[in-house]
Design a protein around this ligand. Structure first.
Ligand SMILES: [Zn+2]
Length: 274
């Protein structure tokens, strides 16, 4: 069973509120499933980068873990890219994308982060778009920003869904390196709050807090800059593992990350006085 089949089956059988939030470039469903009830409300997204599809499996654990408040899970933001990494060209139907993807080696496809037309979704959000130090202007496996912010169906779907739900925090799951990113030029008022929340995640995972310079255009960045909510990127998986992390890394990732939404949701409730 590939990752899209697995997540589709999860979606079909989930007995809570759920919805499809759009379709990928190649027409695959983008799913959202709710767990918990009431405030605060969060959104957790997984597998924004193709080769990081192991994180979609973490979403299934988060669905099973009781939480105070509501968490919307978007387990597989980039199904096309995930399948390019997991299964290669055979996952891509005949058409322009497949012809273009044929120009890359098998190894390049296994390490694919972007969507099916080579846009890196995590630099396609409207947060200082196109000014990142690693940004590139040519389609490929990673770092291509796209023709404009939200040029891709996957990022537009996540934008629209997030604006509809109006969460009080978001979590973005990536691999790898075991670190937490929380900073994006917050105001003096919200910066200490967001750092405290990041420290809550650090305690629950054992991962340290990190800051990067020159990384822009991600979902977390957009949430902080535009929605003015705390938002976190968690790089799961030991750095000693290679991309794409397979089943060998899953148990450790689940062990360290299972309780984060629960701990964070409780901390957000305290910060907001809910
Ligand atoms: Zn990533």
């Amino acid at each position: 069973m590939d990752i899209y089949e697995r997540i589709s089956e999860f979606y079909e059988t989930a007995n809570t509120e759920k919805q499809t939030i759009g379709k990928s470039l190649l027409g695959r469903e983008l799913y959202a499933v709710k767990t918990g009830e009431g405030s605060p409300v969060g959104i957790a997204v997984y597998a924004v980068h193709g080769r990081e599809f192991i994180t979609a499996r973490l979403a299934l654990e988060h669905f099973e873990t009781p939480i105070t408040g509501t968490l919307w899970l978007v387990p597989l933001v980039n199904p096309d890219g995930a399948l390019v990494s997991e299964r290669g060209l055979e996952s891509v139907p005949n058409g322009a994308e497949r012809e273009w993807l044929k120009t890359f080696s098998e190894n390049q496809l296994r390490l694919w982060k972007a969507n099916a037309r080579g846009v890196d979704l995590n630099v396609n959000f409207d947060a200082d778009w196109g000014t990142g130090v690693k940004n590139v202007r040519e389609a490929g496996g990673e770092n291509y920003i796209g023709q404009s912010p939200f040029s891709e169906p996957e990022t537009r779907a996540l934008k629209n869904f997030t604006e509809k739900i109006r969460p009080q925090y978001t979590l973005s799951y990536h691999t790898k390196g075991e670190e937490i990113y929380w900073y994006y030029y917050q105001s003096l008022r919200t910066c200490p709050r967001d750092k405290r929340l990041a420290e809550t995640i650090s305690r629950s995972t054992g991962y340290p807090l990190k800051r990067t310079k020159g990384s822009v255009g991600g979902y977390k960045d957009w949430c902080i800059k535009t929605l003015k909510i705390p938002a976190f990127t968690i790089e799961t998986g030991n750095d000693g593992l290679s991309h794409p992390i397979g089943d060998e890394g899953l148990e450790d990732i689940i062990e360290k990350n299972r309780n984060t939404p629960r701990a964070l949701s409780a901390a957000v409730a305290r910060e907001l006085g809910i």
